[in-house]
Design a protein around this ligand. Structure first.
Ligand SMILES: [Fe+2]
Length: 233
């Protein structure tokens, strides 16, 4: 394993129309441009000899197994990276297994001595989450991140430790000062987990592209490791 390993979630064709709250359906040309852009972004970022981890939902949109197999193969053939590991997503048809070098429901790798759990859906707690182990996931299109930040913050820990109504009132008073949650001194997230889907990559890093473990390591700098529980189990 080397520093060029990449973690990423790819979402295939009909995700735009399915998730569009306005109800409009993009044209086939628009979807093709989106797909081509995503493939180009992978090939700009990933070298042929890298390992690319796709964290699920590679493509979906038909119950026709033969058709989805051809789709998946045609997308995969356009990615220059030779070694692609798929973590199964809820929309992946298992018939696309042969398209990838390997495929797992969950996978744990080690990089620079760090244990890293890869799954499609987010975990609130994972093995070693209080002791420096990372967790990378997809599926949620950025929406799980604020909750996970809150649950791993000292503020939330303090909230669960309130033994009296006075303790609780003191915490509530902090909110009543008119500050947003993220401005609270104890709100800083401590978790070593990240949504590595393309939309969260854009939110955090400003670009729709795969993320390297090295840059995730920089993003995590200063975080001690924490999760939604007290870490004593
Ligand atoms: Fe999913």
């Amino acid at each position: 394993m080397n520093e060029q390993e990449l973690a990423w979630l790819d979402e295939g064709q009909p995700v735009l129309s399915k998730n569009n709250p306005n109800g409009w359906v993009p044209s086939d040309e628009s979807i093709e441009r989106m797909d081509q852009y995503i493939i180009d972004q992978i090939n700009i970022t990933v070298n042929e000899s890298d390992t690319l981890y796709l964290l699920g939902d590679f493509c979906f949109g038909t119950r026709d197994s033969n058709r989805i197999g051809r789709w998946a193969q045609s997308y995969r053939d356009q990615i220059r990276c030779k070694n692609i590991c798929l973590i199964w997503g809820n929309h992946d048809n298992r018939r696309i297994r042969s398209v990838f070098s390997s495929a797992y429901d969950r996978y744990e790798l080690k990089w620079q001595g760090i244990k890293i759990l890869l799954t499609h859906c987010a975990h609130a707690v994972w093995e070693g989450s209080h002791y420096g182990a990372w967790h990378l996931y997809g599926h949620s299109h950025t929406t799980a991140e604020p909750s996970l930040d809150l649950f791993s913050s000292k503020f939330f820990h303090n909230l669960t430790q309130c033994a009296t109504t006075d303790d609780l009132q003191n915490l509530v008073n902090q909110l009543e000062l008119g500050r947003s949650l993220s401005e609270l001194p104890d709100f800083v997230p401590r978790r070593l987990s990240l949504d590595v889907g393309i939309d969260n990559a854009y939110r955090v890093f400003g670009e729709y592209r795969p993320l390297s473990l090295q840059e995730i390591s920089v993003f995590f700098h200063g975080r001690l490791g924490s999760s939604a529980d007290n870490g004593k189990s």
